[in-house]
Unconditional design. Structure first.
Ligand code: SIN
Length: 531
């Protein structure tokens, strides 16, 4: 096994990981590990924009109130305060580094999205906001010679010694590398691929959450998965996101009979909170016995639509849908995980030396339902904070180079072997079945029976979560199964409906609804160095 020693290890290259790397780079050697090419992250695909209280008509206090309201009583107020107060500074800095957000004349142009009481969403090149932010952050990271990138590397596990995180084992093609670091940051994004319908890229398999859980980190709020109301639903087309900004600019939702329906579900109509719109669409789909509804922009000026949403226009056109003339078939899809690795306001987890930021982390900033376009801002603000905190570990202690004690995991391994021998599972079949079960049973509308069925099915494959796999695809399945089980268990335990978590058998909030649910792996199996 090859050994590399660095000062800081950043796992993930979306907005949070890159922003942290920029803070770490002047303080020591940084290794950034990514599973694919560095730009392949949820950030790259974020369309609508980034919410920030920078317009003349806005105030941080109003952004705070809107975020708290969307979070449905479960936001950590101090985390939200940090987000809205530090957000304008982080965005201004990004503009100084070259980010080109769209303007009207000389002033920044702000759009509207659901549950915002002001036009506060900055956008870039119409609907390529994340791509623009990623471009600027990558070029800033490139300006530091202290940062070394490892693309196409999958993390096997964290290195935990004496209860402290000392880096990670990674898979580089078929070779295992141990990367030892004084501080390790998880910024691997979300879990969308656990569901068969998702707006997330293929890399979003819950890796950061699963490896943190295996190492003994606390996860929190894992029942809260946000479903985006409008992903493209067309044969052979990807489940491409159709930004909420389209409804912000006046797009309407129609059922397959072409009838408008949103006003009968919520007074805010198309701009009702995301969970309300997603459930309304599912109700219409069931009522009309179809599998989709339509997004309608045909009443808007064609030139405006093409200019405002160039990427969406071009993508839909590839599938023979001209969004200026045709109704767009859409249905909801898993979009964002509000829960994650529990951290303090500086990205620190319960494991010394381990930090998390962005969608992988749970600071409590989103509560039970994220306000649209708050996630890119979260990545910037909390990526920065985690970077500053992790940098402070530099020099605090000399790097200890102890070998990890091999733990006997023979019992577990033989149970796994029995499972493999007895069932000879096809891992790709399991992956597909898992995603379908999660969508059908743990999706937008859940109940005790559906969740119980999911738990039984997922538990059959549980031995896979203990396997020492050696390929990216196998490791992804192990991580997907780990987070799927945790999401299902958390959803079963929350007997009430709050924010994005809706239980048809408990439609009210229920008792003790303000409690946050945390999970931690029992300390039965320690992680050992891969052979
Ligand atoms: C969108 O453009 O609708 C996605 C923005 C977000 O999820 O924050």
């Amino acid at each position: 096994m090859q050994d590399i020693t660095t000062d800081f290890l950043v796992i993930g290259s979306g907005v949070a990981g890159l922003r942290a790397a920029i803070e770490l780079a002047p303080c020591g050697k940084v290794v950034v590990v990514t599973k694919d090419i560095p730009t392949e992250s949820s950030t790259e695909y974020a369309q609508g924009g980034v919410a920030v209280a920078l317009s003349d008509e806005d105030e941080v206090g109003i952004h705070f109130e809107d975020t708290i309201k969307a979070g449905d009583g479960l936001c950590r107020e101090e985390a939200v305060r940090v987000l809205v107060e530090e957000g304008p500074r982080r965005i201004s800095e990004l503009i100084e580094w070259g980010a080109e957000f769209d303007k009207e004349d000389t002033k920044l142009s702000f759009t509207m999205e659901a549950a915002h009481s002001r036009r506060r969403i900055l956008h870039a090149h119409g609907d390529s906001t994340g791509k623009e932010m990623e471009r600027v952050l990558i070029s800033k990271v490139r300006s530091f010679s202290s940062v070394r990138k490892f693309p196409f590397c999958t993390v096997l596990d964290l290195i935990i010694e004496n209860g402290e995180c000392r880096g990670a084992y990674i898979l580089n093609n078929e070779d295992i590398i141990s990367i030892r670091a004084k501080a390790t940051l998880l910024a691997t994004g979300g879990i969308g691929q656990v569901f068969s319908r998702t707006t997330n890229p293929a890399v979003a398999t819950g890796d950061g959450m699963a490896i943190a859980y295996r190492a003994g980190a606390v996860l929190e709020d894992m029942e809260f998965v946000q479903f985006h109301p409008t992903a493209l639903f067309a044969p052979l087309a990807p489940q491409f996101l159709l930004s909420e900004a389209m409804r912000g600019e006046g797009a309407l939702l129609r059922n397959i009979k072409k009838e408008l329906f949103m006003k009968s579900y919520h007074p805010a109509g198309e701009l009702a909170p995301r969970d309300v719109v997603s459930r309304a669409i599912i109700s219409e789909i069931v009522r009309t016995e179809s599998n989709h509804v339509y997004l309608d922009l045909t009443h808007l000026k064609a030139d405006f639509v093409k200019k405002r949403f160039p990427r969406i226009y071009a993508t839909c056109l590839k599938y023979d849908i001209d969004i200026t003339k045709d109704l767009i078939p859409v249905s909801p899809a898993a979009h964002y995980m509000m829960g994650g690795v529990k951290t303090d306001l500086n990205g620190a987890t319960n494991i010394r030396g381990l930090y998390a930021a962005g969608e992988t982390a749970c600071t409590g900033v989103h509560g039970a339902n994220r306000l649209a376009s708050n996630s890119l801002l979260e990545g910037l603000v909390y990526g920065f904070r985690a970077g500053v905190a992790a940098a402070q570990r530099q020099g605090a202690e000399a790097l200890k180079r102890k070998r990890v004690e091999e733990e006997s995991s023979r019992g577990a391994t033989s149970a796994v072997q029995r499972f493999l021998d007895s069932t000879l599972p096809n891992l790709d079949e399991i992956r597909t079945a898992l995603r379908r079960i999660m969508w059908d049973r743990v999706g937008i509308i859940r109940c005790g029976d559906s969740l119980g069925e999911a738990r039984v099915r997922l538990s059959e494959w549980k031995p896979l979560t203990e396997m020492n796999f050696k390929t990216r695809r196998e490791l992804e399945l192990k991580n997907m199964l780990t987070v799927a089980l945790i999401i299902t268990e958390s959803a079963l335990e929350r007997k009430g409906s709050v924010g994005a978590h809706y239980r048809s058998d408990f439609p009210e909030k229920g008792e003790n609804w303000q409690n946050h649910r945390t999970v931690k792996k029992p300390a039965s199996r320690k992680i050992s160095a891969p052979a």
